[in-house]
Design a protein around this ligand. Sequence first.
Ligand SMILES: [Zn+2]
Ligand SMILES: [Zn+2]
Length: 262
Amino acid sequence: MMIDTHAHLYDERLAPDVQEIADNMSTDDISQIIIIGCDRQSSESALALAEKFKDFYCSVGVHPHDAVHAKQDDYQYFESVANNNKLVAIGEIGLDYHYNFSPQAIQRRVLEQQIELAASLKLPIIIHLREAYDDMKAILFQNQHYLRHGLVLHCYSGSIEFARECLKLDSVYFSFGGSITFKNTDRESVVKSLPLDRLLLETDCPYMTPVPYRGKTNYPKYIKLVAQKLSEWLPNIDISELTSNNAHALFKRLNQNNNQVL
Ligand SMILES: [Zn+2]
Ligand SMILES: [Zn+2]
């Protein structure tokens, strides 16, 4: 069984199908799904879905696109729900200098505030990173003491060298989604360079739809196409088992709830 560590199931393209997605999880070979918040409203939606469905979990946080709208009140809300067993991480937070929907200085400030918040709540972090590698590296190393609960670079599109630098930090994971199935991707050499115990699977649905459904809405069930691609690159490895164990090592509350159920 696989774990989709990054899904936006509250998105209007997926919301009508949420019940069906939950009902079909075992058929789709998915054991757990983590629904990722991007701002106050989507974080509330992610938590509501996680509370409603047994195998759904969530994260809360402010995405770099929305950093300009982040308020102290949002952080207080995240803090107020942090003890919920279905909340496994702070995220997605990060830097996105491709779109620059928020000014870069504000993105950096909001990222650092949330890194500090995650540390105070003893939660891991889910990082979104695009075209901001130098600033991300500087922020991660300056805040190293806040990162003891681990982090994942989601939909990792950076270099082997950047990954190697990040591995000097405690418990850094790299998550891969539909984009590794695209033509002309350079992900194979990156994936092969990483320690096996740091690989995670995700869909980032409804975005990042893998081949052959590219251009259409993405769903958690397509995670098997991502796993298949990893299996091609890493033969003789049980990708489902490996990445699920890794997800449990990073997102500790996935285990906690697992043991309670059944
Ligand atoms: Zn992202
Ligand atoms: Zn996302």
